[in-house]
Design a protein around this ligand. Sequence first.
Ligand code: UN1
Length: 494
Amino acid sequence: MAIHRLQNYIDGKWTADGVVNYAAVINPATGVNIAEVPLSPGNEVDKAVVAAKQAQKEWALVPAPLRAEMLYRVGYLLKERKEKIAQLLTQENGKVIEEARGEVQEGIDMAFYMAGEGRRLFGQTTPSELKDKFAMSVRAPVGVVGIITPWNFPIAIATWKSFPAIVAGNAVVWKPATETPLMAKELAQIFEEAGLPKGVLNVVFGSGSIVGEAMVDHPDIRVISFTGSNEVGRKIASACGQNLKKVSLEMGGKNAVIVMEDADIELAVEGILWSAFGTSGQRCTACSRVIVHEKVKEQLEARLLAEMERLTIGNGLDEKIKVGPIINQTSLQKIKNYVDIGEAEGAKLLVGGKILNEGDYAKGYFFAPTLFTDVKANMRIAQEEIFGPVVSLIPVRSFEEAIAVNNGVSFGLSSSIFTRDVNRVFTAQRDLDTGIVYVNAGTTGAEIHLPFGGTKGTGNGHRDSGLAALDVFTEWKSIYIDYSGKLQRAQIDV
Ligand code: UN1
């Protein structure tokens, strides 16, 4: 069977122009090559920007409620195709089908939420200090925006970025991750069917070092919104700094669940399992540290071990499977290296710690859910993002120490605390230095109508999702209308 070759989507046309090289798209559960993705040269970005620039002028003139109507249609199409898209998502990304459905649902939610904003897009009126003068500020589109999205949430994160950008009147040039191009194809097709004018959304497949860099350096792309690794994010930030380009970065976490001595232990175990091993730990929000009060440490360890043994690992298309594969060989090896580092640092490996390569596992990239205990807060496995199913249990003696350990990492995306003490609940929500805090729930499961992002090394102060997303994709414009009939000088004629 011929392998399906994907094409770029530029100015409303699917095109292979200019593309010489392709990369294989591999189903990480089976090792089967399911498609080929273009590795475009940088000048395809230029073509996309020319189309986007032209289209944006017209698109910005369409009243926002009508732009939103198109987005409602996108939402309904996503809803109609939810199952088909989820099946494809599991095949290219590996996440289990239940989670794939959940991810498509995030996109549907985002469509309806942002479409609603098309009838708001509130500005502000503000009294002028002068008589007979009207002052207001409105959100104006920025122009052409560049979005760079990762493989771990290939459809949800694309919707978090493209929907607010488009409803606000921008045009988009999008570089999806090369591991997960099928989601980009599905979404672009849906936009097309929903009636988005040509050129408003353009997809250029390719590598970060060529397509990504061309976007970051392009003078007509005014905003870059990126989700991905810390290393790449920092490079983008410095290039954007040089080019005085607005940039929004979301670069992961080292998220912890705190379990206090008064916690509902069974609930905490469920929360940890879901957040640590869902998506095989390949979420920015994944729980990779458990900070546990020493009084309940043994109890928690025993319960976690018992439940981890019951986790089914395999091809996520099978509804019974709870933990799917790792995205590729490089990630698999990186996770294994961290396990070796943990052991060398003196952490105690309780279970897992190995690549699974027997029988059917050998065809894909599988890693056994892993639990370390007696981990010290400053060990590398407790400080660095592993992006895999590896959890470090760190014992502490008090609530204050738990908060300090949670905050003692360079990331600040998500955190969670299990406790029944109401005073600790309120103190924790204030003192946990992360952009997202959960009480009596794991570290994952953010909802799209709240801001998503974090403090410190997680980002640069911007947020995806929620109303905050509009701040990334709009400029505030302040407008003064003088109806006094004379020249009034602010600060002087008052
Ligand atoms: C990510 O891993 O980058 O909160 C996104 C969650 C999901 C999104 C994760 N709603 O875990």
